[in-house]
Design a protein around this ligand. Structure first.
Ligand code: FMN
Length: 379
């Protein structure tokens, strides 16, 4: 079983941070469905946390059920990152993670995210400074156990572990010529006390295009030589993809992002597949509708109706993907009227009414859809 420093995970499947999507409500849904070993907040600005801006505090929201939880920080200033790490420890983090993989301009222009892959000494300095801060702000054993960290001996204090999430390197040409920095960086991070690294098997230049490079992840596994676990990430959409990643890279765990957005039960099914070889049948329509209702309700509770309406609107295609029944002609029953009813809903009761009507057999029909068109809509 995979351990991140003092933290032993219950499964080796992790929910990825996806800015704007993997909020407390979504993490809760995935955890309730089962199979999640660790979930992480979306990337957090340490400055925002320290200033207490509403957006940052909303993003960092967690609770006792949402454990163990990683809090992911981005930035390039070691002192501010250290202060951010202290904030995370004081506000419920089981793990602190540093983002070294974000390709978005807003982050890289300030030297954060995957820009750190172009300046390894800065990346390692930040990690070393954060580890030093974590040494100073240990938590007591009871608190550690409350955070999902498992029992410790009486009176013991626990240092919150630090992980880093990276891509293979910045330039694709470097990867292709065997010059990716990630193996070297992972080794250096292990030297300064980072307990695990996650590797998204793409370069920064690839953004989200092209095939995930399992061989690139394997090179990081080889480089760290068992000193710390490597978590593989990228394009896992089905249990078989996770097993393939583990087998072909030798990584210790798998992180899943976009696949979970349409299939939040993917962790449960993958874990079962890994343990027993059994392929689970998809949840019934009633179960899926219960998941949508629950998710919508949690967003209203943790945030507000406006936020819940915004999120359900932009995610309804993903959720609806599994609700389409196959027709005898090989096409799928259209659920466009249902998606449309959710999209035009202006109040929370209207959303709930649309779900009820769908369950009662309404809001279906129209021109049947090709299975491929549905997949494209949902990806
Ligand atoms: C819209 C979007 C937002 C993301 N936000 C973050 C983030 O906040 N932090 C992070 O480390 N990675 C972020 N990622 C990258 C994912 O965590 C993950 O590495 C990537 O999507 C590949 O995994 P997947 O194919 O399982 O989704 C984001 C990806 C997407 C598509």
């Amino acid at each position: 079983m995979i351990s991140l420093g003092p933290l032993q995970l219950r499964t080796n499947l992790l929910l990825a941070p996806i800015a704007g999507y993997c909020d407390l409500a979504f993490r809760t849904i995935c955890r309730e469905l089962g199979g999640v070993g660790l979930a992480c907040t979306d990337l957090l600005s340490p400055q925002g946390l320290l200033r207490g801006t509403a957006t940052s505090l909303d993003l960092a929201k967690t609770n006792d059920f949402d454990k163990p939880v990683g809090m992911q920080l981005y930035g390039s200033d070691p002192e501010i990152m250290a202060e951010g790490a202290r904030w995370a420890v004081e506000h419920g983090a089981t793990v602190v993670d540093i983002n070294m993989g974000c390709p978005v301009d807003k982050v890289t222009k300030k030297d954060g995210g995957s820009k750190l892959l172009t300046d390894l000494s800065r990346a390692v300095n930040i990690a070393a400074r954060v580890v030093k801060e974590l040494e100073r702000c240990t938590i007591d054993g009871d608190e550690w156990t409350r955070r999902g960290g498992g029992p410790v001996s009486p009176g013991a204090r626990v240092q919150i572990p630090l992980t880093c999430k990276m891509r293979l390197c910045w330039h694709t040409a470097d990867y292709e010529s065997g010059q990716a920095c990630s193996p070297h960086l992972a080794r250096m991070l292990a030297d300064v006390g980072v307990v695990a690294v996650t590797v998204h098997g793409r370069t920064t230049e690839m953004k989200f295009q092209g095939q995930v490079q399992l061989a690139g992840i394997a090179r990081v596994v080889e480089a760290v030589d068992g000193r710390i676990p490597v978590i593989g990430n990228g394009d896992v959409r089905a249990p078989e993809d996770a097993v393939r990643m583990l087998r072909e890279t030798g990584c210790s765990g798998v992180m899943i992002g976009r696949g979970a957005l349409s299939t939040p039960w993917l962790f449960r099914d993958t874990w079962r597949f890994m343990q027993t070889g059994e392929v689970a049948s998809p949840p019934s329509e009633a179960e899926q509708l219960a998941v949508i209702r629950r998710y919508f309700g949690l967003m209203r509770t943790y945030r507000d109706d406006r936020y819940a309406l915004f999120q359900i609107n932009r995610r309804v295609s993903w959720f609806a993907r599994h609700l389409q029944r196959p027709l005898s002609n090989g096409k799928l029953e259209s659920v466009k009227p249902f998606k449309e009813a959710i999209r035009i809903a202006r109040t929370a009761p209207e959303v709930l009414e649309a779900i009820d009507r769908f369950e009662a057999g309404e809001l279906r029909g129209g021109v049947p859809e090709e299975p491929d068109a549905v997949a494209a809509d949902a990806s």
